[in-house]
Ligand binder design. Structure first.
Ligand code: ADP
Ligand code: ASP
Ligand code: MG
Length: 499
C-alpha cells in the first residue's frame, strides 16, 4: 500500500444514475486498494438545478411543485440505492438518511413559501441538499464493492466565511477539522465520501462554494490533507482547446499550467470551478481532469509549469451570461474619481468584474459582470452617481446583456507578436464586430467583448485560425492506456460506455 493520498472528485454526470455511480465507485475502489483515497461527490446530475428552481418557486409563495419535487428526488435516489446495494441493512440505513434530508428540505421549502422570502442562507441550505443525498449512495456502492467507506458531510470539515452562494474556505480551521475527522478514517483504510459544494461557518451555518463548487471542495480537501494529487473525474476527456459543445473538434490538452487553466476557468470553461486551483498552486500539487466514462484515457495534467507549446494560443473560452455596464458621458473627462467610485460601488455589492476597458477619450468606462449581478450593480452605480446623474455630468449608467466575452488563452501571449492581429483579422473576415478588448497585465489572455449571438461563430473561427484542432506537443491526444496517468488510478475501473 502506497501512503500517498489522492483526492478524487466525481461530478454530477459521473454520479448521474446507478450505472454511473457503480463505474465511479469502481474507479475509487481500484485506487483505494493501492493508496488512501478521499472521494468528493457532486449531486446527481440536474438535482441542484431542480432544488434552486424549487427555492425560487417557494419564494413566490408557490407550493404545488413541492410534492412532485420531493417525491421525484425520493424515487430517483431510492431507485439508484436499490440497484447499488444488496445488503438490506445498508439499504435501510441509507434510506433513513435520504428521508431525513428530504424532510429537512420540505421544511425549508415550506418555510420559504410561508414567508414568500428566500434568504441567501435558506438558498444555500436548499441547494446543498443534492450532495447530502448522493454521498451516501456513492459510499454504499463502495461498500458493495468490498471497500470500507462512510459518507461524511463537508459541513463538519470545510469551514468557510459567511458569504452565502460563494463562500471561501478558512484553511487553518479546515486543516484542523480534516486532521481530526478524516485522517483517522484514512489511517484505518476507510474511504470517506465527502459532500462537494457545501461547507459551514465556524458557527455551523451551512454555506455553498458557488455553482460547480465541488471541484473547489476537492482541492480544498487536497490542500488540507497535503494530498499528493487531486483527480477531477468528469464527463469529458480533460481540459479541451475549447468547449466541446461549441467546437466538437476541440482537442484534449495533455498538460496545462495552473495559470492557463485558471484563466480558462475564470472566463467560463465549465470544466473547472474558477477557484479550483487556488488551494493547490502554492504547494504545486498536480490536479488531473479525467473522464469517468473512459478511465483508460490519461486526461489533462495541471501543474505549475504545464507543458509548453512554445508560447501562444492554447485554448479558447467564452462566457455568455454576462452584461456590459457603461458609465459615461463627456462630463466625466478628466475626473479622476469616476473609475474608483464605479469599482467601489460594484465591490460593495460583491459584483464580480470580469473585464474592464476605458475609452481613450476617458468619457466611457465599460466593465463586464455576470448577468445575474446586473440589477444590484446598476442600482449601486445609480445610487453612487445620483448627484452627477441629476446634473448630467455623468450622463448614463447603462447595461447591455446581449454580449459575450471570448478569451484567447495561452502562455506568453504578449511575447508572441501577431496574436492580437490574427484574432482581429479572423473575426473581421467573418463580419464579427468587436465591441471592446482587454489585453491586460496578464500575459495569459486576450479577451474580447462581442455580440452574444456571434459567440459560436467567433470561437469556431478562432479555433481554426490558431489550428487548435491539430495535435501539438501540448494537445497530443494521448491514447496509450494510463501512459501518464496518476499513480494508482491508471485505467482503474471498467471502461464503461457513456450514458
Ligand atoms: P461535472 O458535473 O463533472 O463537474 P461540468 O458539466 O461541470 O462537469 O463540466 C464539464 C463540462 O464542461 C463538459 O461536459 C464540457 O461541456 C464543459 N466545458 C466547457 N469548456 C470546456 C473545456 N475547455 N474543456 C473541457 N470541457 C469544457
Ligand atoms: N451540485 C453543484 C452544482 O450543480 C456543485 C457541483 O456540481 O460542483 O453547482
Ligand atoms: Mg462541474
Amino acid at each position: 500500500m502506497n501512503s500517498s493520498l489522492c483526492v478524487m472528485k466525481f461530478g454530477g454526470t459521473s454520479v448521474g444514475d446507478a450505472d454511473c455511480i457503480r463505474r465511479s465507485a469502481a474507479i475509487v475502489k481500484a485506487a483505494a486498494d493501492q493508496r488512501p483515497v478521499v472521494a468528493v461527490v457532486s449531486a446527481m446530475s440536474g438535482v441542484t438545478n431542480r432544488l434552486i428552481d424549487g427555492a425560487r418557486r417557494a419564494e413566490l409563495g408557490e407550493r404545488d411543485f413541492l410534492h412532485p419535487l420531493i417525491s421525484g428526488l425520493r424515487t430517483q435516489h431510492l431507485t439508484a440505492l436499490r440497484a447499488l446495494t444488496s445488503d438490506p441493512r445498508k439499504y435501510a440505513e441509507v434510506q433513513n438518511t435520504i428521508e431525513e434530508v428530504l424532510g429537512e428540505l420540505e421544511r425549508l421549502l415550506q418555510g420559504t413559501a410561508l414567508l414568500s422570502e428566500l434568504t441567501p442562507r435558506a438558498l444555500d441550505a436548499i441547494s446543498g441538499v443534492g450532495e447530502r443525498l448522493s454521498a451516501p449512495l456513492v459510499s454504499a456502492a463502495l461498500c458493495e464493492l468490498g471497500a470500507r467507506s462512510v459518507p461524511v458531510s463537508a459541513t463538519d470539515i470545510i469551514v468557510t466565511d459567511i458569504h452565502h452562494g460563494h463562500a471561501e474556505p478558512l484553511m487553518v480551521e479546515t486543516r484542523k477539522r480534516a486532521e481530526t475527522h478524516l485522517r483517522p478514517l484514512l489511517r484505518d483504510g476507510v474511504v470517506p465520501v465527502v459532500t462537494g459544494f457545501i461547507g459551514a461557518t465556524l458557527d455551523g451555518v451551512q454555506t455553498t462554494l458557488g455553482r460547480g463548487g465541488s471541484d473547489y471542495s476537492a482541492t480544498i480537501l487536497g490542500a488540507a490533507l497535503d494530498a499528493q494529487e487531486t483527480v477531477i473525474w468528469t464527463d469529458v476527456d480533460g481540459v479541451k482547446s475549447a468547449d466541446p459543445r461549441l467546437v466538437p473538434e476541440a482537442r484534449t490538452i495533455a498538460e496545462i499550467s495552473y495559470t492557463e487553466a485558471a484563466e480558462l476557468a475564470y472566463f467560463g470553461a465549465k470544466v473547472l470551478h474558477p477557484n479550483t486551483l487556488r488551494p493547490v498552486t502554492a504547494a504545486g500539487v498536480p490536479v488531473w481532469i479525467r473522464n469517468s466514462f473512459s478511465p483508460e484515457k490519461p486526461g489533462t495534467r495541471i501543474t505549475s509549469r504545464g507543458k509548453s507549446n512554445g508560447g501562444g494560443v492554447k485554448a479558447l473560452t467564452a462566457i455568455r451570461d454576462v452584461t456590459m455596464i457603461n458609465v459615461g458621458g463627456p462630463g466625466i473627462v478628466g475626473r479622476t474619481d469616476v473609475l474608483a467610485r464605479s469599482f467601489a460601488a460594484a465591490a460593495a455589492v460583491r459584483a464580480n468584474v470580469l473585464l474592464v476597458t476605458q475609452s481613450s477619450s476617458q468619457n466611457d468606462i465599460c466593465f463586464i459582470i455576470p448577468t445575474a449581478e446586473e440589477k444590484r450593480t446598476v442600482q449601486a452605480l445609480r445610487d453612487a452617481f445620483a448627484p452627477e446623474l441629476a446634473e448630467q455630468t455623468v450622463e448614463h449608467v447603462s447595461a447591455n446583456s446581449s454580449v459575450a466575452i471570448v478569451a484567447v488563452v495561452g502562455e506568453n501571449m504578449q511575447g508572441i507578436p501577431g496574436i492580437a492581429g490574427k484574432t482581429f483579422a479572423a473575426l473581421g473576415r467573418e463580419g464579427i464586430n468587436i465591441i471592446a478588448i482587454a489585453q491586460g497585465s496578464s500575459e495569459y489572455n486576450i479577451s474580447l467583448v462581442i455580440d452574444a449571438a456571434a459567440t459560436q461563430k467567433a470561437v469556431t473561427t478562432l479555433h481554426k485560425e490558431f489550428r487548435l484542432h491539430e495535435a501539438s506537443p501540448a494537445t497530443a491526444e494521448a491514447t496509450s492506456v494510463g501512459k501518464q496517468s496518476p499513480e494508482g488510478v491508471s485505467a482503474a475501473g471498467p471502461a464503461g460506455t457513456r450514458k
